[in-house]
Design a protein around this ligand. Structure first.
Ligand code: ZN
Length: 243
């Protein structure tokens, strides 16, 4: 369910530029985007789109972080993509399809949203935004392909380290809230496996973990523990989004 919205108290042009994709827009496009977008506070764990639903809103995160997941009949699930302040959830080419899985808020914060019909109606007037959204769809596609391989071929500890580094990069900070249960859901593994992986990363000095909060204390150690996929994802982001 999409509910409990708390409209933001500020959603001027400076506010929407907290999303890096919107920050790249020329002034005329930024002004139009500001008129169309509504600021909202997203809660941790809040579902933004259920599997099988049409796209209700397009979201541009400011400091919130979103997770796209696929759920199975037995209740297990796995993340196939995350969307932070350099991206957007929702695209024109996916808008006519039912969602393949659930998208939820992984880290609470602010985002800007707009009804897809309203945005796409104006997209021809916003060629830079159109291009940026297209590129971001490409980035999500190649990220998903990488994660399919990662989830099949790499250990839970490697994937855990990769996930922590990617989340750190998306948020721009070393410390963030995280429960082992949530991480198990994102990685599609049992909680006991995540407990073992977290324990290993704590013992090698890469992270500190207190109940519900992880701090990356030695980035190099965490990168050594991660699989190659982390650097592939960083390079993909640099080539597709930042270029
Ligand atoms: Zn991997």
């Amino acid at each position: 369910m999409v509910s409990h919205w708390a409209p933001s108290t500020h959603h001027g042009i400076d506010a929407v530029r907290r999303n890096r994709l919107l920050r790249a827009l020329p002034k005329l496009e930024a002004n139009l985007a500001t008129e169309l977008l509504q600021g909202v506070e997203l809660r941790y764990g809040q579902t933004l789109q259920e599997a099988g639903e049409p796209l209700r809103y397009v979201y541009f995160p400011a400091d919130a972080l979103l997770s796209a997941t696929i759920a199975m009949d037995d209740g297990s699930s796995v993340e196939y993509g995350s969307i932070g302040s350099d991206g957007v959830f929702g695209s024109r080419f996916m808008a006519s399809l039912r969602a393949p899985g659930r998208t939820l808020c992984q880290v609470a914060g602010e985002a800007f949203r707009v009804r897809p019909g309203v945005l796409f109606e104006h997209l021809d007037q916003m060629p830079v935004l159109h291009e940026r959204m297209y590129r971001y769809s490409q980035y999500l596609y190649i990220t998903t392909a990488q994660l399919v391989a990662c989830n099949c071929l790499h250990t839970v500890t490697q994937r855990c380290a990769r996930w922590l580094l990617s989340t750190r990069d998306a948020l721009g900070r070393e410390e963030f809230e995280l429960t082992q249960e949530f991480l198990a859901t994102m990685l599609g593994v049992r909680r006991a496996s995540v407990t073992g992986a977290i324990g290993h990363l704590v013992r090698c000095g890469a992270i500190k973990y207190r109940r519900g909060c992880v701090t990356i204390t030695r980035s190099r150690s965490l990168e050594r523990a991660a699989c190659e996929c982390y650097h592939v994802l960083v390079e993909n982001r640099r080539l597709v989004i930042a270029s």
